[in-house]
Design a protein around this ligand. Structure first.
Ligand code: ADP
Ligand code: MG
Ligand code: MG
Length: 247
């Protein structure tokens, strides 16, 4: 059982306060949708949670399984099981997929000594299940990936690395219906395995398949409303404007 607690979290980017007191608890086997208009601070929250160096926590705490990780290095957070699939993953020319995954795997599971062959087989079988063909493994990270390949690669990372809490930022953007269905079914499968999810999304298309139990709306750096599927349904028909009055 894993539990992530975000307590009155405030954070700034380049001297501007973006998160203005966020509270959120996510446990194993829960799916949380984090919704909100563009510029609300959704991605910022994701980056702050995984410890991106550009984002400074100015107050509040991030607790993972009772351990204060507010100031922990990204590698330490990853080792403890926190994973973010980036919205706009940077390309790392020259770093092969296989090397990238193995380095990340060893960071997250330092006690598991998988042989190169076993690791390769693990990656290969998961590549097949996310619909990436075999030649993919020898390409460089995100170098010339299509939109769909990026998203599939994010899901591949999740399947190979086996984190405890997964943050998916706009995993649904730019995916066609079939790819979206496939991604949703992988999320569903991992959910059944007990992984906790924060699914960041602007639209609610992906939520139709996934049906999160918890829906949070972030506006102007604060969670202004908590609810369930009914809340995301309401947002689909009415947008975010009505929430401005509540916020
Ligand atoms: P969302 O993901 O909800 O669309 P973001 O977290 O990307 O929102 O952005 C929230 C605000 O923070 C925006 O006003 C954005 O311009 C600003 N911001 C985010 N990242 C940076 C950055 N690296 N440098 C400067 N401003 C940033
Ligand atoms: Mg955005
Ligand atoms: Mg964003």
């Amino acid at each position: 059982m894993t539990e992530l607690n975000v307590i009155d979290l405030k954070a700034s980017v380049q001297g501007t306060e973006i998160l203005k007191g966020v509270n959120l608890t996510v446990k194993s086997g829960e799916i949380h949708a984090l919704m909100g208009p563009n510029g609300a601070g959704k991605s910022t929250l994701g980056y702050v949670l995984i410890g991106h160096p550009d984002y400074k926590v100015t107050s509040g705490r991030i607790i993972l399984d009772g351990k204060d990780i507010t100031g922990a290095a990204p590698e330490e957070r990853a080792r403890l099981g926190l994973f973010l699939a980036f919205q706009n993953p940077v390309s790392i020319p020259g770093v092969k997929i296989s090397t990238f995954l193995r380095t990340a795997y060893n960071q997250m599971h330092p006690d598991e000594k998988l042989s190169l062959k076993d690791f390769f087989n693990l990656v290969k079988s998961n590549m097949e299940s996310v619909g990436l063909n075999e030649s993919f493994i020898s390409r460089s990270v995100n170098d010339g990936f299509s939109g769909g390949e990026r998203k599939r690669f994010e899901i591949l990372q999740m399947l190979v690395l086996r984190p405890k809490i997964v943050i998916l930022d706009e995993i649904d953007s730019g995916l066609d219906i079939d790819a979206l269905k496939q991604v949703s079914s992988h999320i569903q499968r991992e959910y059944n395995e007990g992984i906790g999810f924060i699914i960041i999304t602007h639209y609610q298309r992906i939520l139709k398949d996934i049906r999160p139990e918890f829906v949070h709306v972030l506006m102007n750096g604060r969670i202004v409303m908590n609810g369930d599927k009914n809340l995301s349904d309401k947002i689909e028909t009415e947008g975010y404007d009505w929430l401005k009055e509540v916020a």
